[in-house]
Ligand binder design. Sequence first.
Ligand code: PFF
Length: 448
Amino acid sequence: MRDKWSSKLGFILAAAGSAVGLGNLWKFPYSASTNGGGAFVAIYIAFLIIIGCPLMLAGITLGRKTQLSVFGAYKSINKNWSFVGTLGVICGFFILAFYSTVGGWVLYYLKNALLGGLNITDPNVLGEIFNNLMNSPIELILYQFIFMALTVSIVLKGISGGIEKASKVMMPALFIMLIIVAIRSLTLEGSIEGLKFLFMPDFSKINMEVIINALGQMFFSLSVGMGTMVTYGSYLDKKENILNTGVIVPALDTAVALIAGIAIIPAVFALGFEATEGPGLMFITLPAVFASMPMGNIFNIAFFLLVVFASLTSSISMLEVAVSYFVDEKQKSRVPSTLIIGLVIFALGIPASLSMGIWQDVGILGNLGFFDVYDKLTSNILLPTGAFLLCIFTGWVLKTEEAIKEIESSGVKFKLANIWSILIKYVVPVGVLIILINSYIDFFVSIF
Ligand code: PFF
């Protein structure tokens, strides 16, 4: 018997858990601040409504309809399309390879916070701590290994007993901790400047690069484009209403991204730090920000613990895409499949970990090192390509009429069915294709 979610709430928390992750807590705040603040946020939200929500629903519907892994889902409807499933599985390997690198850093920071080692207000000293970590291969690989081991230990236990149980504990805890940190940040004097920066769009800042980054960020953050939602949807019972999940999951994901922005940017402004720090924002600036507040270490601990929870509920979803392929399609058992795939991804991730330090000068494509290649290849190329193909598939191969039948099969009426159909058949593919062509050009230019 194929495993199933034990309740719809369990599915929602797991799907939101997949969506909410380093993309929201680490990437979104620095992407927003380095891409023009409010203007980026405005484009992001527009993309979310027009492209993200329709695609999320399409993915969950395809999974629920076929009750198969992403490869099987495409194949069962049209054999020629099974390659999209393969693409998703490959994408999962590469995302998790670099995701586990950052997951390892977060575990290391949590350990440091617990031992009081982050109680430092000078960003220069924190910068040194970060650089030292980047140049300590043993530590990097060790923490990456621990992160992968935690991910594997959850996926080993299956859907209802592993992924669902873990999400039910970690997601509510994450929400509570994030809200506490956000309230603390907003009550600091001077935080209003940070809010203005985040929410007042200056549309002169918008250019093609900001648009590509906002779209890539949206796909990454929602976990659409590699079959995660197809896979999770496939464990949903036929009696569940899936219509509202296409809105609830993106809404939760965006709420967390915005609250993370509110927790981080105003505090950075209030305490006189630079918000445009880039990827170092979470590891260099933020600990200094927390350490400058009364009882700051508690906030450092709460923050890094919540980031660990958020990244684990995402990493398990990436691993599950690959594991379900081997379990459903190749009739392998879950435990050995999970262990072997986990090990392969860990191995693939080692060069990504090293590429930020001792392998800094190793460019595998042009100047780009392993970490950047994995990141750009997945976020800017594979995910948007997978999303584009999911859209064409749902609109023209499965056909939206069939998808709508599946959505309405639990007895709900899909009032916006016509609009959804037009979005999926025409608007989303054309929009994504235009941006995708630009990202291909961008990617190849950065290589050569
Ligand atoms: N959505 C996750 C995040 O924002 O961190 C990352 C992710 C998970 C991307 C699962 C893709 C995926 F399939």
